[in-house]
Design a protein. Structure first.
Lengths: 90, 193
Protein backbone atom coordinates (compact mmCIF):
# COMPACT_ATOMS: atom_id res chain seq x y z
CA UNK A 1 0.00 0.00 0.00
CA UNK A 2 1.28 3.47 -0.87
CA UNK A 3 2.31 5.58 2.13
CA UNK A 4 0.55 8.96 2.00
CA UNK A 5 2.92 11.84 2.71
CA UNK A 6 0.66 14.79 1.85
CA UNK A 7 -2.56 15.62 3.69
CA UNK A 8 -5.48 14.93 1.31
CA UNK A 9 -7.43 17.74 2.94
CA UNK A 10 -5.04 20.73 3.17
CA UNK A 11 -2.03 19.38 1.22
CA UNK A 12 0.40 19.98 4.07
CA UNK A 13 3.13 17.41 4.81
CA UNK A 14 1.91 14.57 7.04
CA UNK A 15 3.74 13.46 10.21
CA UNK A 16 3.93 10.08 11.93
CA UNK A 17 1.62 9.78 14.95
CA UNK A 18 1.42 6.04 15.48
CA UNK A 19 3.50 2.90 14.85
CA UNK A 20 2.54 -0.64 15.62
CA UNK A 21 4.41 -3.92 16.10
CA UNK A 22 2.79 -6.62 13.97
CA UNK A 23 4.11 -9.34 16.28
CA UNK A 24 3.02 -8.23 19.80
CA UNK A 25 0.71 -5.39 18.79
CA UNK A 26 2.62 -2.83 20.87
CA UNK A 27 1.66 0.67 19.74
CA UNK A 28 3.89 3.71 19.92
CA UNK A 29 2.22 7.09 19.78
CA UNK A 30 3.88 10.44 19.31
CA UNK A 31 4.52 13.19 16.79
CA UNK A 32 7.43 12.17 14.58
CA UNK A 33 8.84 13.75 11.48
CA UNK A 34 8.88 11.53 8.37
CA UNK A 35 12.42 10.55 7.32
CA UNK A 36 13.66 12.69 4.43
CA UNK A 37 13.57 9.77 1.97
CA UNK A 38 9.88 9.19 2.72
CA UNK A 39 9.07 12.83 2.03
CA UNK A 40 9.86 12.22 -1.60
CA UNK A 41 7.29 10.99 -4.10
CA UNK A 42 7.21 7.30 -5.02
CA UNK A 43 8.84 8.05 -8.39
CA UNK A 44 11.64 9.98 -6.71
CA UNK A 45 12.21 7.18 -4.19
CA UNK A 46 12.36 4.67 -7.06
CA UNK A 47 14.83 6.93 -8.87
CA UNK A 48 17.18 6.98 -5.86
CA UNK A 49 16.85 3.21 -5.46
CA UNK A 50 17.63 2.66 -9.15
CA UNK A 51 20.62 4.99 -8.86
CA UNK A 52 21.89 2.95 -5.93
CA UNK A 53 21.31 -0.38 -7.68
CA UNK A 54 23.15 0.77 -10.79
CA UNK A 55 26.19 1.61 -8.65
CA UNK A 56 25.65 5.35 -9.04
CA UNK A 57 25.91 5.34 -12.81
CA UNK A 58 23.48 7.78 -14.44
CA UNK A 59 24.58 6.48 -17.85
CA UNK A 60 23.60 2.94 -16.89
CA UNK A 61 20.26 4.17 -15.49
CA UNK A 62 19.56 6.10 -18.69
CA UNK A 63 20.26 2.99 -20.76
CA UNK A 64 17.92 0.89 -18.64
CA UNK A 65 15.13 3.48 -18.64
CA UNK A 66 15.46 4.13 -22.40
CA UNK A 67 16.22 7.81 -21.82
CA UNK A 68 19.16 9.97 -22.81
CA UNK A 69 21.96 10.82 -20.39
CA UNK A 70 21.09 14.57 -20.06
CA UNK A 71 17.43 13.74 -19.35
CA UNK A 72 18.48 11.44 -16.52
CA UNK A 73 21.05 13.93 -15.21
CA UNK A 74 18.40 16.68 -15.22
CA UNK A 75 16.12 14.44 -13.14
CA UNK A 76 19.01 13.90 -10.76
CA UNK A 77 19.77 17.64 -10.55
CA UNK A 78 16.09 18.42 -9.86
CA UNK A 79 16.03 15.78 -7.15
CA UNK A 80 19.24 17.10 -5.56
CA UNK A 81 17.67 20.58 -5.53
CA UNK A 82 14.48 19.25 -3.93
CA UNK A 83 16.38 17.30 -1.25
CA UNK A 84 18.56 20.34 -0.51
CA UNK A 85 15.38 22.41 -0.02
CA UNK A 86 13.87 19.74 2.25
CA UNK A 87 17.09 19.64 4.29
CA UNK A 88 17.01 23.42 4.67
CA UNK A 89 13.40 23.32 5.92
CA UNK A 90 14.39 20.60 8.40
CA UNK B 1 8.02 7.39 -32.52
CA UNK B 2 5.42 9.53 -30.74
CA UNK B 3 4.94 13.30 -30.91
CA UNK B 4 6.98 13.88 -27.78
CA UNK B 5 9.99 12.10 -29.30
CA UNK B 6 9.47 13.84 -32.65
CA UNK B 7 9.57 17.25 -30.95
CA UNK B 8 12.30 16.34 -28.46
CA UNK B 9 14.46 13.45 -29.67
CA UNK B 10 17.13 14.55 -27.17
CA UNK B 11 14.97 13.10 -24.40
CA UNK B 12 15.23 9.51 -25.64
CA UNK B 13 18.12 8.97 -28.02
CA UNK B 14 21.74 8.68 -26.92
CA UNK B 15 24.19 11.44 -27.81
CA UNK B 16 26.07 9.02 -30.07
CA UNK B 17 23.01 8.16 -32.20
CA UNK B 18 21.99 11.82 -32.51
CA UNK B 19 25.52 12.87 -33.41
CA UNK B 20 25.88 10.22 -36.16
CA UNK B 21 22.43 11.07 -37.52
CA UNK B 22 23.21 14.81 -37.41
CA UNK B 23 26.54 14.45 -39.25
CA UNK B 24 25.03 12.19 -41.92
CA UNK B 25 22.08 14.58 -42.28
CA UNK B 26 24.49 17.53 -42.69
CA UNK B 27 26.39 15.76 -45.50
CA UNK B 28 23.27 14.49 -47.29
CA UNK B 29 21.50 17.82 -46.61
CA UNK B 30 24.38 19.78 -48.14
CA UNK B 31 24.14 17.60 -51.24
CA UNK B 32 20.36 18.19 -51.39
CA UNK B 33 21.04 21.94 -51.06
CA UNK B 34 23.48 21.79 -53.98
CA UNK B 35 21.15 19.56 -56.03
CA UNK B 36 18.17 21.88 -55.47
CA UNK B 37 20.18 25.06 -56.03
CA UNK B 38 19.44 26.55 -52.63
CA UNK B 39 21.58 28.63 -50.29
CA UNK B 40 21.54 29.37 -46.56
CA UNK B 41 22.58 33.02 -46.47
CA UNK B 42 21.51 33.43 -42.86
CA UNK B 43 20.99 31.20 -39.86
CA UNK B 44 17.25 30.86 -40.44
CA UNK B 45 17.09 31.58 -44.15
CA UNK B 46 16.85 29.57 -47.36
CA UNK B 47 17.02 31.16 -50.81
CA UNK B 48 17.52 30.01 -54.38
CA UNK B 49 21.03 30.22 -55.81
CA UNK B 50 21.85 28.04 -58.82
CA UNK B 51 25.56 28.74 -58.31
CA UNK B 52 25.65 26.85 -55.00
CA UNK B 53 28.15 23.99 -54.96
CA UNK B 54 28.26 21.07 -52.53
CA UNK B 55 31.21 22.67 -50.74
CA UNK B 56 29.46 26.06 -50.40
CA UNK B 57 26.39 24.33 -48.95
CA UNK B 58 28.58 22.32 -46.56
CA UNK B 59 30.45 25.48 -45.54
CA UNK B 60 27.19 27.38 -44.86
CA UNK B 61 25.76 24.49 -42.87
CA UNK B 62 28.95 24.04 -40.87
CA UNK B 63 29.12 27.73 -40.05
CA UNK B 64 25.53 27.75 -38.78
CA UNK B 65 26.06 24.63 -36.68
CA UNK B 66 29.29 26.04 -35.21
CA UNK B 67 27.72 29.47 -34.52
CA UNK B 68 24.70 28.20 -32.58
CA UNK B 69 26.76 25.53 -30.84
CA UNK B 70 29.47 27.90 -29.60
CA UNK B 71 27.06 30.66 -28.52
CA UNK B 72 24.61 28.31 -26.82
CA UNK B 73 27.41 26.30 -25.20
CA UNK B 74 28.90 29.44 -23.61
CA UNK B 75 25.45 30.43 -22.33
CA UNK B 76 24.73 26.83 -21.25
CA UNK B 77 27.95 26.73 -19.21
CA UNK B 78 26.97 29.99 -17.50
CA UNK B 79 23.58 28.69 -16.38
CA UNK B 80 24.62 25.09 -15.69
CA UNK B 81 28.26 24.09 -15.34
CA UNK B 82 27.40 20.46 -16.13
CA UNK B 83 26.34 21.34 -19.70
CA UNK B 84 28.14 19.06 -22.17
CA UNK B 85 29.43 20.27 -25.53
CA UNK B 86 28.18 17.15 -27.37
CA UNK B 87 24.55 17.78 -26.27
CA UNK B 88 24.60 21.37 -27.55
CA UNK B 89 26.37 20.28 -30.75
CA UNK B 90 23.66 17.66 -31.32
CA UNK B 91 20.99 20.34 -30.87
CA UNK B 92 22.82 22.47 -33.46
CA UNK B 93 23.07 19.55 -35.89
CA UNK B 94 19.40 18.56 -35.65
CA UNK B 95 18.33 22.21 -35.85
CA UNK B 96 19.56 22.22 -39.47
CA UNK B 97 17.61 19.12 -40.59
CA UNK B 98 14.30 20.93 -41.37
CA UNK B 99 16.28 23.36 -43.54
CA UNK B 100 17.40 20.50 -45.78
CA UNK B 101 13.72 19.64 -46.29
CA UNK B 102 13.08 23.32 -47.08
CA UNK B 103 15.74 23.11 -49.81
CA UNK B 104 13.87 20.19 -51.34
CA UNK B 105 10.78 22.39 -51.69
CA UNK B 106 12.81 24.83 -53.76
CA UNK B 107 12.79 22.50 -56.76
CA UNK B 108 9.10 23.18 -57.48
CA UNK B 109 9.27 24.77 -60.96
CA UNK B 110 6.69 27.46 -60.27
CA UNK B 111 8.66 28.66 -57.24
CA UNK B 112 11.72 29.04 -59.46
CA UNK B 113 9.71 30.92 -62.10
CA UNK B 114 8.37 33.31 -59.43
CA UNK B 115 11.93 33.81 -58.19
CA UNK B 116 13.09 34.58 -61.75
CA UNK B 117 10.25 37.10 -62.18
CA UNK B 118 11.16 38.87 -58.94
CA UNK B 119 14.86 38.94 -59.84
CA UNK B 120 14.04 40.41 -63.28
CA UNK B 121 11.91 43.17 -61.84
CA UNK B 122 12.18 43.50 -58.05
CA UNK B 123 9.97 46.61 -57.94
CA UNK B 124 7.00 44.77 -59.46
CA UNK B 125 6.62 42.22 -56.65
CA UNK B 126 3.19 43.59 -55.75
CA UNK B 127 1.99 43.34 -59.35
CA UNK B 128 2.75 39.62 -59.81
CA UNK B 129 -0.31 37.61 -60.80
CA UNK B 130 -0.77 33.89 -60.20
CA UNK B 131 -2.99 31.14 -61.57
CA UNK B 132 -5.43 29.79 -58.92
CA UNK B 133 -3.62 26.43 -58.73
CA UNK B 134 -0.23 28.14 -58.31
CA UNK B 135 -1.66 30.38 -55.62
CA UNK B 136 -3.02 27.40 -53.66
CA UNK B 137 0.34 25.64 -53.99
CA UNK B 138 2.22 28.75 -52.84
CA UNK B 139 -0.01 29.03 -49.77
CA UNK B 140 0.44 25.32 -48.97
CA UNK B 141 4.21 25.44 -49.42
CA UNK B 142 4.45 28.64 -47.37
CA UNK B 143 2.53 26.98 -44.52
CA UNK B 144 4.81 23.94 -44.74
CA UNK B 145 7.92 26.17 -44.75
CA UNK B 146 6.69 28.04 -41.67
CA UNK B 147 5.96 24.70 -39.94
CA UNK B 148 9.48 23.51 -40.77
CA UNK B 149 10.99 26.74 -39.44
CA UNK B 150 9.01 26.42 -36.22
CA UNK B 151 10.07 22.76 -35.98
CA UNK B 152 13.75 23.63 -36.40
CA UNK B 153 13.59 26.27 -33.64
CA UNK B 154 11.65 23.78 -31.46
CA UNK B 155 14.40 21.18 -31.97
CA UNK B 156 17.10 23.69 -31.06
CA UNK B 157 15.17 24.93 -28.03
CA UNK B 158 14.38 21.42 -26.75
CA UNK B 159 17.97 20.33 -27.34
CA UNK B 160 19.26 23.35 -25.44
CA UNK B 161 16.71 22.84 -22.63
CA UNK B 162 17.59 19.16 -22.27
CA UNK B 163 21.33 19.88 -22.33
CA UNK B 164 21.23 22.68 -19.77
CA UNK B 165 18.10 21.93 -17.71
CA UNK B 166 17.13 25.59 -18.31
CA UNK B 167 13.83 26.48 -16.64
CA UNK B 168 13.73 30.21 -15.96
CA UNK B 169 11.93 32.59 -18.35
CA UNK B 170 15.13 34.69 -18.49
CA UNK B 171 16.99 31.69 -19.95
CA UNK B 172 14.39 31.46 -22.73
CA UNK B 173 14.64 35.17 -23.49
CA UNK B 174 18.45 34.98 -23.71
CA UNK B 175 18.08 31.90 -25.94
CA UNK B 176 15.97 34.01 -28.34
CA UNK B 177 18.49 36.85 -28.24
CA UNK B 178 21.31 34.39 -29.02
CA UNK B 179 19.44 33.10 -32.10
CA UNK B 180 19.02 36.66 -33.38
CA UNK B 181 22.67 37.42 -32.61
CA UNK B 182 23.75 34.23 -34.45
CA UNK B 183 21.64 35.30 -37.45
CA UNK B 184 23.44 38.68 -37.56
CA UNK B 185 26.86 37.04 -37.07
CA UNK B 186 26.24 34.52 -39.86
CA UNK B 187 25.35 37.36 -42.26
CA UNK B 188 28.60 39.11 -41.34
CA UNK B 189 30.83 36.01 -41.44
CA UNK B 190 29.43 34.23 -44.53
CA UNK B 191 30.69 36.77 -47.11
CA UNK B 192 34.15 36.64 -45.46
CA UNK B 193 34.71 32.89 -45.85
Amino acid sequence: MKLPIICPSCENALRVSQMKCDNCETEVNGNYDLPLYLKLSRDEQDFILEFFLSSGSIKEMAKQAGNSYPTMRNKMDDLIEKISELKKVK
Amino acid sequence: MNWQTFLNPFDKFSEKSIFIFGILAAIIGSYITFFCGATYDGLIEVHLNPETTFLIALKENSLHVVLVTVLLFVFGKIINKRTRFIDILNAGLLFRVPFYVMSLLMIFPFLQSIDDEIKKNPEAVGKLSFKPFDLVMIILITCFLIALLVYSITLLFNGFKTATNAKKPLHYVVFGVIILFAEILSRIILPLI
